[in-house]
Design a protein around this ligand. Structure first.
Ligand code: UDP
Length: 236
């Protein structure tokens, strides 16, 4: 039995990149989708917020010198591309997914309508939230916190490259250890970067726990959903 009935999974754009320098790596996206399929098979309702950093990031890279809001809208469009790729891969793997966009782009994907999203989840369909919050100056982490709270997810799963929150940067400090769990308040006191400040504050206010784990570790998502010791739980 899954520990969580409904989850909000935040996948960064980089999670689709594999070892490539940018874009979407076919083998990686298929592997990711199969990991998600394993948890839906447990009876867990899954909503995904996908990032766009593998294609375009508003703050850095190609956007240098650009008007910030314009660059951010480009970043949001990048998340729509990832969402379409993800949904199509899910279809190929025999799953039913619906993409819902925070910005109006109706010829391509349906708009985000909360009751519709809830209905899809209840029907056992996967829901992929695209275009972040629909607003510049935000991130897809914030979109994940927002949608997670809106759909009544029991937890937000933040998939990263590192398998949790560490006492120090494990790449720089060999003594660094992983927290199995930590409270929101402790994370603030210790100045640990779990999510960006806006996303973190929203989760804390809404009492939405966060689990940080590595999406590159085979089976980790399933272990998280089963409540096993994996990654770091940030709790109220
Ligand atoms: N973005 C935005 N508003 C949002 C979500 C995303 O403006 O609500 C833009 C922003 O430019 C960001 C880009 O989309 O850099 C890609 O999102 P993010 O960096 O969160 O993607 P990830 O790092 O998860 O791949």
């Amino acid at each position: 039995m899954p520990t969580y009935k409904r989850i909000l999974l935040k996948l960064s754009g980089e999670a689709l990149m594999g070892d490539d320098a940018y874009g979407i790596n076919r083998a990686t996206i298929v592997r990711m989708v199969r990991e998600i399929q394993e948890v839906t098979a447990l009876g867990c309702e899954v909503a995904v917020v996908i990032g766009g950093g593998n294609i375009f990031r508003g703050v850095a890279g190609g956007s240098v010198g650009m008007d910030r809001a314009t660059a951010d809208y480009m970043g949001m469009l990048a998340t729509v591309m990832n969402a379409l790729a993800l949904a199509d891969t899910m279809r190929q793997e025999g799953m039913t997914a619906r993409v819902m966009s925070a910005i109006g782009i109706e010829q391509i994907v349906e708009p985000y309508v909360r009751p519709k999203a809830l209905q899809y989840l209840e029907e056992g369909k996967l829901v992929i939230f695209a275009a972040g919050t629909g607003n510049p100056f935000f991130t897809t982490d914030t979109a994940a916190a927002l949608r997670g709270a809106e759909i009544g997810a029991q937890i937000m799963l933040k998939a990263t490259k590192v398998d949790g929150v560490y006492t120090a940067d494990p790449k720089k400090d060999p003594e660094a250890t992983r927290y199995a769990s930590i409270s929101f308040d402790e994370a603030i006191v210790k100045n640990l970067q779990v999510l960006d400040a806006t996303a973190f504050a929203l989760c804390r206010d809404q009492k939405l726990p966060i689990k940080v784990f590595s999406i590159f570790k085979p089976g980790a998502l399933k272990r998280v959903v089963l409540g096993e010791d994996e990654g770091t739980l940030v709790h109220v």
